[in-house]
Design a protein around this ligand. Structure first.
Ligand SMILES: Nc1ncnc2c1ncn2[C@@H]1O[C@H](COP(=O)(O)OP(=O)(O)OP(=O)(O)O)[C@@H](O)[C@H]1O
Ligand SMILES: [Mg+2]
Length: 476
């Protein structure tokens, strides 16, 4: 049991009294005389329980409770109140306080309340730990994927989660970078701490700085009270910096400093506040290139690129397209939004051959739409968006009339088969269906092409002829 108790009260004689009483019960006591200082202490380290006066100058105990809930969700707060102000004690409970004690207090009562708060906290943490253990038996159930590149990525994610290093998640738009960031957090020892996300592209530099680092009271016109930043709020957990490549260069310098020093300086203040957050960053840009073109600081790049998770584009994930489609269908069905249970094979073929430039997000939208349109319990080609329905893979036989570039039939066949295989994620049974070919026939052809390099011998002979004769198509 964590026996560290933080006591916040602006009355030094009461603090001394409480300290003596609780130290005699073998608690480890830290005291602060204002809510602001109390929050600061909480941002720096964890306490088993917080004991706070309800009526203080500047920030009240009720406001304090609200801040503690966002800063350290698991830390119970017990408020101390005079008999006369039970109403505000109730307000504190609504704001997230665990319990209250009334002044003048009975030392045994206070001791019991603290013990109960600590036990409550332990139980909560135990429940979270168990949930995590159960979750671990179904690895990545929130991320669907069985293809080789995804399995490889899951391994990297698991390793990243175990380490304390900064993680950089890269990948095209819609590939699932945010899900990966959440998975890194959920599988890390910090899983019971907060996951705090911020989109660096969504804010001007001045706002971003106070969001990330917090500000002191009076730092700017609206800053009526001090506010901790996201680095502090993510204490004990993970801070997710999404779209980090969009961060303005000035802010990049400040971020680099924070990461190097492991402290932040709230806007308007000059004190350095240590933080205890694990950093995960994501971008869909090519950061190496951003560095080359001086839009991203090289030193910051090295700081954040400690462990790299590359999320593969959907077109490289073999059969995952159909597995994902099915899981989105089931999701819609179990949430009562549809009765659709599957895909008609023609629709499945279109999904499998479409290259999905918008990746998983585009597929998800496509399925949501199809589910809404579908008249039957299987999605048909007509339920798919036009771009998917109309998509024609670049046809192999060229439109050329230059005889020299025309291909023998078997080479056309080999290339087309290759294209279909690629489109269906190298699932041969599926490819055979698309090609309207017996599965064994396909296997035989592949076998032959693998051993004899397709029709290369004929190609070579043909080319040889062509060169000798110096006349295009002379062999015809
Ligand atoms: N492997 C997956 N399994 C299930 N759902 C997924 C998977 N990958 C992504 N998704 C879903 O696809 C959508 C897009 O994912 P996410 O927002 O994580 O992508 P992103 O890479 O962050 O995109 P962007 O670059 O546009 O920010 C989300 O709704 C997410 O739940
Ligand atoms: Mg994203």
């Amino acid at each position: 049991m964590d026996r560290r108790v933080l006591i916040i009260d602006d009355d030094p004689s009461l603090l001394a009294l409480l300290r003596a009483e609780l130290e005699s019960r073998s608690y480890e006591i830290t005291t602060r005389t204002s809510a602001e200082e109390g929050l600061q202490a909480l941002a720096e380290q964890d306490f088993g329980v917080v004991l706070s006066d309800l009526t203080m100058q500047k920030m009240s105990g009720v406001e304090l409770c609200r801040e503690v809930v966002t800063l350290r969700e698991d830390t119970p707060v017990i408020v101390i109140t005079a008999h006369a102000s039970i109403e505000s004690a109730v307000a504190a409970i609504r704001a997230g306080a665990y319990d209250f004690v009334t002044k003048p207090f009975d030392a045994d009562d206070l001791g019991l309340t603290i013990e109960r708060a600590l036990r409550h906290r332990e139980l909560r943490e135990e429940v979270k730990r168990l949930r995590r253990a159960v979750g671990e038996q179904q690895p990545f159930d929130e991320m669907v994927g069985e293809s080789a590149p995804m399995k490889k990525m899951f391994q990297v994610v698991a390793r990243a989660a175990d380490s304390v290093a900064t993680v950089l998640v890269t990948g095209e738009s819609g590939t699932g970078k945010e899900l990966v960031a959440r998975a890194v957090h959920a599988r890390s020892p910090r899983a019971s701490g907060p996951f705090v996300a911020i989109n660096c592209a969504a804010m001007p530099e001045s706002l971003l700085e106070s969001e990330l680092f917090g500000h002191v009271k009076g730092a700017f016109t609206d800053a009526r009270a001090a506010r901790p930043g996201l680095f502090s709020k993510a204490g004990g957990g993970t801070l997710f910096l999404d779209e980090i490549a969009e961060m303005p260069l000035g802010m990049q310098a400040k971020l680099l400093r924070a990461l190097q020093e492991r402290t932040v300086r709230p806007v308007g203040g000059d004190a350095e506040v240590p933080f205890d957050a694990r950093i995960v960053a994501a971008t869909n840009r090519d950061l190496d290139r951003e560095v080359q073109e001086k839009r991203f600081r090289e030193d910051l790049f090295y700081r954040i690129n400690v462990v790299r998770v590359e999320v593969p584009p959907l077109r490289d994930r073999e059969n995952d397209v159909l597995i994902l489609a099915q899981s989105f269908l089931e999701h819609a069905r179990s949430s009562g939004r549809s009765r659709v249970i599957g895909l008609k094979s023609a629709a499945a073929e279109r999904l499998a051959s479409y290259p999905w430039p918008g990746n998983v997000r585009e597929l998800q939208n496509c399925i949501e739409r199809a589910v809404a349109l579908a008249e039957f319990d299987h999605i048909g080609v007509d339920d798919l968006p036009e771009r998917v329905r109309q998509y024609q893979p670049a046809t192999v036989p060229s439109q050329s009339t230059d005889v020299a570039t025309l291909l023998p039939m078997e080479e056309v066949e080999r290339r087309y088969v290759e294209q279909v295989l690629h489109a269906v994620g190298r699932n041969k049974a599926f490819a055979a269906r698309v090609l309207g070919m017996d599965r064994r026939t396909l296997y035989r052809k592949l076998e032959r092409w693998a051993h004899h390099g397709a029709t290369t011998s004929r190609n070579r002979a043909w080319q040889g002829d062509h060169e000798e004769d110096g006349v295009a198509g002379a062999h015809l």
